[in-house]
Design a protein around this ligand. Structure first.
Ligand code: GLU
Ligand code: MG
Length: 447
């Protein structure tokens, strides 16, 4: 399972990376990991230590994997105060951010330099490689919704022009920063929620897509600070109304040929494309704890919020958790399935790995496509009623804990750590009022 380790740069590549950092007058390299609770954590080294950060790594306690959203530690066997992990920066994904700072995603290793199964970026790397081993490649595009709390209480038109002009200096600087660092930005708009702005990213390979989510949140936080603003990536930054989603679009190809278009099935699906959608829809209730597992997640995941509260699929159906976007001339990236139930409290590496894993599971089983939902699923009743995803965190975690599929897709270590931190949330805050929770954890998933 662990035989796809992060590549180590050779001497020439290391020298080129060092020269690039020196030339851009970089003073600090930040290396990030995202923990199972979805919080971005980091270690930083002065530029001269970039090589060491990549080759030997820097230390982190195994308990990093069971840090909770309130900074409690949900100790479990193997995740305690004894032992040491090495965080190694992946300099193949190094980005010079300017003004002294560079960033690279990091992965977790043991002290002998071997990958550890609890590393979520390592899991996604392996999932992507295993897919490739079966002749499948994937493209993933992420959407980032964020709320600027300073704008809440001001006039707001959903999808309006004015709201973006209100935060224009922030938006323009963020666009400039994305361009400068090579982060492929697709679109910006004012979302439905008050103070809510969306940035969507172009599709890339899955590992890069998850890295891009982390990088985009870093840039958003860095640029916002320069304008005296803050950014909330909480699933429910304020009680009531629209929450923040972290939707992902997935396209799959066999030997370069799309699975979600060009076939004879509904809307051009190929037989394997049908199985992809079937696998995702079938596994969603069990895996919701990965996609939307925090104590705030099910407050967002409500019918009528376009957050995908039902385990069903439909062409351009914004109330279905799985929205098919067909390959039309208006969709130059080709067909994709959008998983709408993902929220920003999900670790993007885990969410992407689970999304790919469900799709691959459908293909391996030759799963049969369930009937399409062509209306708002909330209105379906009786025998044709759509499957509502777990309605609270307790139900989502119970389904995850009981799922052999989750065990297979995530591995014991990640599942143990994820379950530990989410159960801490449930036990400590499960009865708390949403307004109190929203305020307390408004900036937990920001950087
Ligand atoms: N804000 C909605 C969510 O929580 C999504 C709105 C949309 O982009 O369709 O997922
Ligand atoms: Mg949106």
């Amino acid at each position: 399972m662990l035989n796809y380790p992060m590549p180590v740069l050779d001497e020439a590549e290391l020298a080129a990376a060092a020269a690039g950092l020196a030339e851009s007058e970089i003073r600090l390299l930040s290396g990030t990991v995202v923990d199972p609770a979805g919080v971005i954590r980091a270690k930083h080294v002065p530029t001269v230590r970039a090589r060491a950060f990549h080759v030997a790594g820097v230390g982190a306690s195994p308990s990093w994997n069971v840090f909770c959203i309130d900074n409690a530690i949900a100790f479990r066997p193997g995740f305690g105060v004894v032992g040491d992990l090495r965080l190694r920066a992946d300099l193949a994904a190094l980005h010079v951010l300017g003004d002294g700072l560079a960033w690279a995603p990091a992965e977790m290793f043991d002290q002998d330099g071997d990958p550890v199964p609890v590393c979520t970026r390592g899991l996604l790397r392996r999932t992507q490689a295993e897919l490739a081993g079966r002749g499948l490649t994937a493209l993933v595009g992420a959407e980032l919704e964020l709320v600027v709390p300073e704008q809440v209480g001001r006039p707001w038109n959903a999808y309006g022009l004015g709201p973006v002009l209100d935060v224009e200096p922030f938006v323009l600087d963020l666009v400039d920063m994305c361009t400068a660092v090579g982060l492929p930005l697709e679109q910006v708009h004012a979302e439905y929620g008050v103070g809510q702005v969306e940035f969507s990213l172009s599709p890339t390979d899955p590992l890069t897509a998850a890295d891009n989510v982390v990088l985009a949140r870093l840039l958003a936080g860095r640029v916002a600070r320069r304008h005296g603003l803050t950014t909330s990536f909480s699933p429910q930054p304020f009680a009531g109304g629209a929450g923040n989603g972290a939707h992902q679009h997935l396209s799959l190809f066999r030997d370069g040929v799309p699975l979600l278009s060009g076939g004879r099935g509904p809307h051009g699906l190929t037989p394997e494309g049908e199985a992809v959608i079937a696998g995702i829809v079938a596994g969603l209730p069990e895996l919701l704890g990965v996609f939307a597992g925090s104590v705030l997640s099910t407050h967002r995941l409500q019918p009528g919020r376009w957050s995908g509260a039902y385990a069903c699929w439909g062409l351009e159906n914004r109330e279905a958790a799985v929205r098919l976007c067909a390959a039309t001339s208006g969709n130059p990236h080709g067909a994709s399935v959008e998983l709408k139930c993902i929220d920003p409290s999900a670790n993007p590496y885990l969410a992407t790995a689970a999304f790919l894993g469900l799709a691959a599971d459908g293909v391996s089983r030759g799963a049969a496509l369930p009937p399409e939902v062509t209306v708002d699923p909330a209105g379906l009743t009786g025998a044709g009623a759509a499957v509502r995803l777990p309605v609270d965190q307790a139900a989502a975690l119970a389904a995850l804990d009981a799922s052999p599929l989750a065990e297979r897709l995530l591995g014991t270590e990640i599942r143990t750590a994820l379950s530990a931190v989410r159960h801490h949330e449930l036990d400590t805050y499960g009865e708390e009022d949403v307004a109190v929770l929203a305020e307390r954890f408004r900036f937990t998933w920001s950087s």
